[in-house]
Design a protein around this ligand. Structure first.
Ligand code: PAF
Length: 278
């Protein structure tokens, strides 16, 4: 595995790989890698020859009162995990490599950035689109892999690729969960032991919502208010809990394939999750 810090060396390495007709994949991450990231790496490794993983905690996707400083980091552990999982190139740029002085371009995917995380994290998706576009331009992978836990982010990247005619295939992969149902996230590390105990209830009560639908209730408002009540009893602070269709259109009367989206705070840690209605 090559560990690379500059765009020039990254391009040089990838040029050599392409000369060998190697199919290239990219798994962009902000580090503190967990089994969710590793499942993306495994998929990427199955489908391509050269796997590039990037680790960059992107400051411009964090708002002023968000957790940039508290975002967990473990570079040594991440390098080990990448080595163990067949990563060919680990790209770890520093901030000036990505945002040199006087950097002034922003990619904004207008409609997909509205609602859900776009409303509660103003500017977040512009930050994501900008950095992912830059990483795409640097690596020019054949396929890029993203997790469906960040469903809105996945749709945003798909739309950006379509709108800007970027010749990259974007693949969304299933959410990976802890045994108790909590969706894997680097932020889970910041939960207190008590918070970690309570956290799986988010998924538990979202599942209860799906069960209500299976039992014949199809009014989104009723299902949402029932789940909210249960979560608030457990000290979750709800940022949003909504049911939308797979294109993120709000639905009033549910049907199969719609998705329940949640963002909550627990111990000041923001957790997101989603669950398809089936
Ligand atoms: O999902 C993430 O970890 C980040 O938003 C991403 C895609 C690596 C961009 O910084």
């Amino acid at each position: 595995m090559k560990i690379i810090n500059t765009i020039d060396s990254l391009r040089y390495e990838l040029k050599l790989k392409r000369e060998q007709k190697s199919l290239v994949s990219l798994v962009p991450t902000m580090g503190f890698l967990h089994d969710g990231h590793i499942s993306l790496m495994k998929k990427a490794k199955e489908e391509t020859d050269t796997l590039v993983v990037s680790i960059f905690v992107n400051p411009i996707q964090f708002g002023p009162n968000e957790d940039l400083d508290r975002y967990p980091r473990d570079l040594e552990g991440d390098v080990k995990k990448c080595l163990e999982n067949g990563v060919d190139i680990l790209f770890i740029p520093n901030i000036s490599e990505i945002y040199p002085k006087n950097f002034q371009t922003v990619i904004s995917v207008k409609e997909v950035s509205k609602g859900l995380c776009g409303d509660s994290r103003v500017g977040h998706f512009d930050g994501v689109a900008t950095v992912v576009c830059k990483l795409f331009m640097m690596v020019l992978p054949d396929i890029a892999f993203f997790g469906k836990k960040d469903y809105q982010q996945l749709l945003l990247i798909e739309k950006m690729v379509e709108d800007l005619n970027i010749p990259i295939k974007v693949k969304g992969c299933e959410i990976v969960r802890e045994l108790d149902g909590l969706a894997m996230s680097s932020r889970n590390r910041n939960l207190t032991p008590k918070g970690r105990e309570i956290a799986p209830n988010l998924q538990k009560f979202m599942k209860m919502g799906v069960q209500l639908y299976s039992n014949g209730e199809n009014r989104a408002s009723i299902i949402i208010s029932t789940i909210k009540k249960e979560l608030e009893n457990l000290d979750f602070k709800i940022d949003y809990l909504e049911i939308r269709d797979k294109n993120l259109k709000i639905v009033e009367n549910l049907s199969q394939g719609d998705i329940m989206f949640a963002a909550v705070f627990l111990d000041n840690v923001r957790l997101i999750d989603n669950l398809e209605i089936f």
